[in-house]
Write a protein that binds this ligand. Structure first.
Ligand code: KG4
Ligand code: ZN
Length: 343
């Protein structure tokens, strides 16, 4: 019988300090996440220096809790997987240095994981992956369509040319005076409004699989400013619903078209914006009606945002493929998929 694989995952790329122990790449023994949202809220966004300080304070506590909840010690761990990038450099450094220190002290292999590979692998806790697959990655920093033909290989077929979807959500939320992170609040408001503003659907019908959200964001902000200048009432629910309808229309149309062209078996949703109710519902409906042979996988809400279980899951594949980092590994805020072991 094959020995079980226990991977310790560490994630600190933005405003969550997270550590997890994962068995055989798909069984979560623990998944501890210390969120800093409360500290960043009053600034309307993540303040890098504050994020780094929190990570320093939290990392040891979160690590001990993750090991304790999993009922294991460092001696039981086969390898340490950590987010190498992309992300905030000062934030990444805390996780990377914790991982390197643990790897050195306990003489364990070190695995540098791409944050987006992690988001995609969060889906493996739901069901086993099948290839070819298409992932719609939508987070605060990324909007990408990724084709996978085998484990650990990522082919980016489309991406945003300007703002990421989550970034656009957070910026329009800020215009309405909503607190950070605004995506969740726009999502809630949208459920109570109508698409009455008909904002543009950028690049919806062009041949590429790329996206653009900055025009939509500007349209939204200009509309709000004009209404305020005229001292007219803001229908926040309709504004949110109209913004969300535009984002969801474009994301879903391009995803369905790509899934058909690449003839995929699975469609995976990944990243913080995967928590969006409007997106989850519409994708579920469209896949059922247009892609009856495709399995749609959507992670539970707890695994949409940043966490370390997803890093351990992606790290397990690299462990099995023998892809390791050495102690010279450094935090890499601009890490590309191509720099890891993909495409
Ligand atoms: O993946 P994530 O936790 O961090 C990054 O890797 O960027 O994504 C965070 C992003 C934020 O922009 C947040 O506003 C957005 O995900 N988000 C949402 C929702 N929940 C979180 N956006 C839209 N609707 C939601 N329900
Ligand atoms: Zn993320």
């Amino acid at each position: 019988m094959k020995k079980e694989t226990l991977i310790l995952g560490i994630e600190s790329s933005c405003d969550e300090t997270a550590v997890s122990v994962v068995r055989n790449g798909k069984e979560m023994l623990s998944n501890v996440v210390a969120s800093q949202i409360e500290s960043h809220k009053r600034f309307g966004g993540v303040v890098p220096e504050i994020a780094s300080r929190h990570h320093v304070e939290q990392i040891t506590i979160v690590l001990e809790e993750a090991l304790e909840q999993a009922g294991v010690t460092m001696a039981d761990i086969d390898a340490i997987a950590v987010t190498e990038g992309p992300g905030l450099v000062g934030a990444l450094l805390i996780g990377v240095n914790a991982a390197k220190t643990l790897a050195f002290i306990h003489n364990k292999p070190l695995i540098g994981v791409h944050h987006i590979a992690g988001h995609i692998y969060a889906n493996r806790f739901e069901t086993e992956m099948q290839f070819p697959s298409l992932s719609l990655v939508v987070s605060g920093g990324h909007t990408e369509l990724v084709v996978m033909r085998e484990h650990g290989r990522f082919d980016i077929i489309g991406e945003t040319r300007d703002d990421a979807a989550g970034e656009a959500y957070d910026k329009v939320a800020r215009t309405l005076g909503l607190t950070y992170p605004g995506g969740v609040q726009i999502d809630k408001l949208a459920a109570t409004g109508e698409d009455s503003f008909h904002f543009p659907r950028a690049m919806m019908d062009d041949a590429s699989y790329d996206f653009s959200f900055s025009g939509l964001k500007s349209s939204f902000i200009n509309t709000v400013h004009n209404l305020r200048q005229k001292e007219m009432a803001l229908n926040e629910a309709d504004l949110a619903a109209s913004f969300q309808a535009s984002v969801v229309d474009v994301l879903v149309a391009k995803t369905i078209r790509a899934a058909k062209e690449y003839d995929v078996k699975q469609l995976l949703l990944a990243g913080g914006v995967a928590a969006n109710r409007g997106l989850r519902e519409r994708l579920t409906e469209q896949v059922a009606s247009e892609l009856p042979d495709v399995t749609l996988i959507i992670p539970p809400l707890s695994l949409c945002g940043d966490n370390a279980a997803m890093i351990a899951a992606a790290g397990t594949i690299m462990y099995e493929q023998g892809v390791f980092s050495d102690l010279a590994m450094n935090a890499n805020p601009g890490l590309l998929f191509e720099d890891t072991y993909g495409a």
